[in-house]
Design a protein around this ligand. Sequence first.
Ligand code: AMP
Ligand code: MG
Length: 353
Amino acid sequence: MKRTFLLIVLSLFMISLTACASRKAGGAAADDQERSRREFFAMDTYMTFTAYGEGTEQALQEAEEEIYRLESEWSVTEEDSEIYRVNHSGGEPVTLSDDTAQIVRFALDMAEETGGALDPTIYPVVAAWGFTTDENRIPRQEELGALLENVGYEKVELAGNQIRLPEGMELDMGAVGKGYAGDLAAELLKEDGITSALLDIGGNIQAVGSRPDGSGWRIGLRSPFGEGQIGVLEVSDRAVVTSGNYERYFIGEDGREYGHIIDPDTGYPVGNEIDSVTIIAEEGKTADALSTSMFVKGLSGAEEYWRAHQDFDMILITEDGQVYLTEGIESSFTLNSSFGNMELHVLEAVAEE
Ligand code: AMP
Ligand code: MG
């Protein structure tokens, strides 16, 4: 019902938008390039795709269709999706399409790489907390313990395109799917010769090239504390993905906040010192996988992981107003003056003794 209402509101919104979908960029743009824009609802979130240059309208339409196609393959709730089929296979092997086999392979690899902080089999626990239906509740410890028996990425058998998921387990690409879809959409645009586009996938950003005038895209970083943006990040050709409990949470009967990111070790929503994690990486899928898993790892775990890998940058915001950013993006980030009381810390690749 809620979703139907959202879709109606969105359709009305889109009708009013199509009128200005393709027009000359306004005076604020640094040059005179044509701009196309599409706004739509997919993968449970609002997406806005913007591209600059000639012939972008058709390419954006194709990118939007690609998102719908991937959504129909990866949805956990739609009965004809591939993931649904795997989740209801009763332990029998299922043959996947290339796209789905690749995202599942990626999610399993990242689960291993992050020591299980990311776990694409956590879905039954997420559902028990009511995050899949918005009918939130606090499950009992015994219930969580029983559900965790059926959680564990290492029990998934994937060989080539064939997968076997033990009965009782469920797969969900929720923590990586939007990033992965952003990569594939960006790839399509590049194949169409587009060199300047910004894909906003529910607040997660996939930047294709630079702005038409060659300068970086200026991405506002939403404050996890409420309204406003804590700062601006300037990037080209990068994905910028944020995870935080403030995006989806409920307040339990005990008055405590419970967020949608679950610690696979305990089955409880992550409740550490971090309010949000933003990952800046070349690929959206990596940024998405890491934003969720670094959130689970917490400040010191994320810092340690970053030092061991260093092929991405991150910005961590703690609940007591500290901002930690990795040295690679120090010069690309500007704190907004209204958040000037926040303390900035730069994480260096070589830990200080
Ligand atoms: P994201 O917004 O990318 O951080 O993904 C969060 C979503 O992934 C949640 O809404 C859950 O559906 C699912 N999820 C929660 N905890 C985990 C976890 N530890 N590993 C993988 N997926 C998770
Ligand atoms: Mg994620």
